[in-house]
Design a protein around this ligand. Structure first.
Ligand SMILES: Cc1cc2nc3c(=O)[nH]c(=O)nc-3n(C[C@H](O)[C@H](O)[C@H](O)COP(=O)(O)OP(=O)(O)OC[C@H]3O[C@@H](n4cnc5c(N)ncnc54)[C@H](O)[C@@H]3O)c2cc1C
Length: 491
C-alpha cells in the first residue's frame, strides 16, 4: 500500500488496529461494497490480543462458539474454550478468506490524527512519518493492548529475567528456576498452573485474591465436531443457548447484586474442594463482594497453589531488588525471573495517540476526568471518529465479539450516511453525549462494580469507564442504526 503522501487521494475509511475489531469492521465494509479503506497496524501481524498473549495456558474464558464472529462460524473448535493458538489461527483464516492482508499496512503505528474541518478529513501521522487522510477514522485499538507493569520501587534494578505475560519470553527456559509471579488476575491464573510443575520454586505475589469458579471446559468429541459440521444450524442453536446463559448473569452484576450470593456459594465449594489447607484457603478468599472485580474461571489454578514448590505471598511488595522481591515484612525472596501478570492500562483507551478534533481539542485532555463517548463510539467535538470497543463497552459476563458486531452495524451506518447525505462531517451533539453518560453512570452506580473495590475497570478517581452496565441485547438495539438527529450534520 502506498497511499502515504499527503497528496494521495483521501481514503473513505482508515482503521487503526487489526485485531478482532478492525478485521471485523473491514469485512463488513467489504460486504457493504465499500472497498476504499485501509487498516494501519503497529505490529507485524494481525490478531491483536491473540497475537500478543502467547503465554502458556492462554485461552478464552467465553465459550469459543460464542467468542467468534457470527458471520464466520467455526464448527470444529477443539475445546469448549479454545487455546490462544486456535483463536489466532481462526483470525488468520478470516484474514485469508476475506482477503484482508492487502488492506493492512503492518509495522505502522499511528501517532497523531488531526481533523481538518475545512476538508472534512482526518489527517493521520504515523511513527514512520507516513501521512494519510480519510473521511472517517475508526479506532480499533482495543482496551487490553497496553501491558501494565506496576510502579514498584527498584523494579529496574532487577538483574534476572523479567517480562509481562503479554510479552512472554518463550526463549527463556523456566525449568528449574526460582520464579516470582506478580499479580493473580485473568492471565496469571492461566499460566501459573502451566509453569508450576516446571519451575523449582514459584512465589505468587497476590495483592488481592480473585473469585475463581470451575471452568466447564473439555475437548469436543470427534462425533460432536462431525455432527456440528454436518448440521451447522446446531452450532447456531448452541451459540444461542450459550449467549442466553451468559447474558442472564448480568442480572447479578447490575440489576440484583444480591443474586451474586448463589455464585459465591459456588466459589466456596470450588475452593473447598481444591484446597485442604484452611490457612491457605483463608488467604484465597477475596475481601470484596463477588463480581466487583472480574470473576475468573479455572480448574487448575487452586490445585497449582497447593503444590509443595508454590507459595502464595499476600504481604505487600515493598520493592524489587537486584536479586529478588522484598515484602513489607522485610523478607526478601531471591528469584531468577519475575513474571508480571499485572494486566493492562484499560482506562487509557486511545492513548498514547494524540487525537485532535474541532477547534484544536485534544481527546486525552477532553477525557482527563475519565473517557466517555456516546455508545462508546462517538465523541462530541471529534467528528467522523468512531471508536470500537471504546469507553464502557467491556463486559464482565459475555463475549466482546457480540459488542463489536453491534458497533460494526452502527459505524457502517454512519459511514453510509456520510455519503448518502453528502456530509462533510457528522459531529455528536454534546447534550446527547452528556445525557447518555449521565444515565450510564447512574446504572454503573447500582452495579456490583461500585460495591467497594478497586479494579482495572476504574480510573484513579474511581470512575468506571470500562464496563457496559446492562444487557448486550439492549446495546444492540441502541446501536442498530445511527440517528442523524443526534449529530450536527455539516455539508
Ligand atoms: C489474555 C486475554 C484474554 C481475553 N479473553 C477474552 C475472552 O475470553 N472473551 C472476551 O470477550 N474477551 C476477551 N479478552 C478481551 C479481548 O481483548 C477482546 O475480546 C478482543 O480481542 C479485542 O479486540 P480488539 O480488536 O478490539 O483489540 P485488540 O485485540 O487489542 O487489537 C488492537 C490492535 O490495535 C493495534 N494498535 C494499537 N494501537 C495502535 C496504533 N497506535 N497504531 C496502529 N495499531 C495499533 C494493536 O497492535 C492490536 O493489533 C481477552 C483479553 C486478553 C488480554
Amino acid at each position: 500500500m502506498n497511499n502515504t503522501s499527503p497528496s494521495a487521494a483521501p481514503l473513505r475509511v482508515l482503521i487503526i488496529g487489526a485485531g478482532f475489531a478492525g478485521m471485523g469492521l473491514a469485512i463488513q465494509l467489504q460486504r457493504a461494497g465499500i472497498s476504499d479503506f485501509l487498516l494501519l497496524e503497529k505490529a507485524s501481524d494481525l490478531g491483536g490480543t491473540w497475537r500478543d498473549n502467547r503465554y502458556p495456558g492462554a485461552a478464552c474464558d467465553v465459550p469459543s462458539h460464542l467468542y467468534s464472529f457470527s458471520f464466520e462460524p467455526k464448527t470444529d473448535w477443539t475445546r469448549k474454550f479454545a487455546p490462544q493458538a486456535e483463536i489466532f489461527a481462526y483470525q488468520q483464516h478470516c484474514a485469508d478468506k476475506y482477503r484482508l492482508r492487502p488492506r493492512i499496512r503492518f509495522n505502522t503505528e499511528v501517532r497523531h490524527a488531526q481533523f481538518d474541518a475545512e476538508a472534512g478529513l482526518w489527517r493521520v501521522t504515523c511513527v514512520d512519518g507516513a501521512v494519510l487522510s480519510a473521511q472517517a477514522l475508526v479506532s480499533a485499538c482495543g482496551q487490553l493492548n497496553r501491558p501494565l507493569v506496576p510502579r514498584i520501587a527498584g523494579l529496574d534494578s532487577f538483574k534476572g529475567e523479567a517480562f509481562h505475560s503479554a510479552n512472554w519470553n518463550a526463549e527463556y527456559d523456566l525449568t528449574g528456576k526460582r520464579v516470582a509471579v506478580i499479580g493473580t488476575g485473568a492471565s496469571a491464573i492461566q499460566f501459573i498452573p502451566q509453569i508450576a510443575p516446571q519451575v523449582a520454586q514459584l512465589h505468587v505475589f497476590q495483592r488481592s485474591a480473585a473469585y475463581v469458579l470451575s471452568k466447564p471446559d473439555r475437548a469436543y468429541r470427534p462425533w460432536e465436531i462431525a455432527v456440528m459440521r454436518r448440521l451447522p444450524w446446531l452450532q447456531k442453536i448452541d451459540r444461542g443457548l450459550k449467549y442466553v446463559q451468559h447474558e442472564a448473569r448480568v442480572l447479578a452484576f447490575t440489576v440484583v447484586p444480591k443474586m451474586m450470593k448463589a455464585m459465591q456459594l459456588r466459589f466456596h465449594w470450588h475452593l473447598h474442594r481444591s484446597v485442604a489447607d484452611a490457612a491457605l484457603r483463608q488467604r484465597l478468599v477475596p475481601d470484596y463482594p463477588m463480581g466487583c472485580k472480574r470473576i475468573l474461571i479455572s480448574n487448575d489454578y487452586f490445585p497449582a497453589l497447593v503444590r509443595s514448590n508454590v507459595e502464595v505471598v499476600s504481604e505487600d511488595i515493598e520493592s524489587v531488588t537486584e536479586t529478588g522481591v522484598r515484602t513489607a515484612d522485610g523478607r526478601e525472596r531471591a528469584v531468577d525471573a519475575i513474571i508480571y501478570g499485572t494486566g493492562f492500562a484499560a482506562t487509557d483507551f486511545l492513548a498514547p495517540m494524540q487525537i485532535t478534533g474541532l477547534n484544536g481539542q485534544d481527546l486525552n485532555a477532553a477525557w482527563k476526568e475519565g473517557a466517555e463517548a456516546y455508545l462508546g463510539i462517538s465523541v462530541s467535538g471529534f467528528p467522523n471518529l468512531f471508536i470500537l470497543y471504546g469507553p464502557n463497552t467491556n463486559l464482565g459476563h459475555n463475549s466482546i465479539i457480540y459488542m463489536l458486531e453491534s458497533q460494526f452495524a452502527y459505524v457502517l451506518g454512519c459511514i453510509q450516511q456520510l455519503a448518502q447525505q453528502q456530509l462533510r462531517y457528522m459531529d455528536l451533539k454534546p447534550t446527547v453525549q452528556a445525557e447518555f453518560n449521565h444515565s450510564l453512570q447512574k446504572a454503573v452506580d447500582h452495579s456490583i462494580w461500585q460495591q467497594g473495590c478497586n479494579s482495572w475497570y476504574k480510573t484513579a478517581s474511581g470512575k468506571n469507564t470500562v464496563n457496559w452496565p446492562g444487557f448486550t441485547f439492549t446495546y444492540r438495539h441502541y446501536t442498530r442504526r445511527p440517528e442523524l438527529a443526534h449529530y450536527d450534520c455539516i455539508r
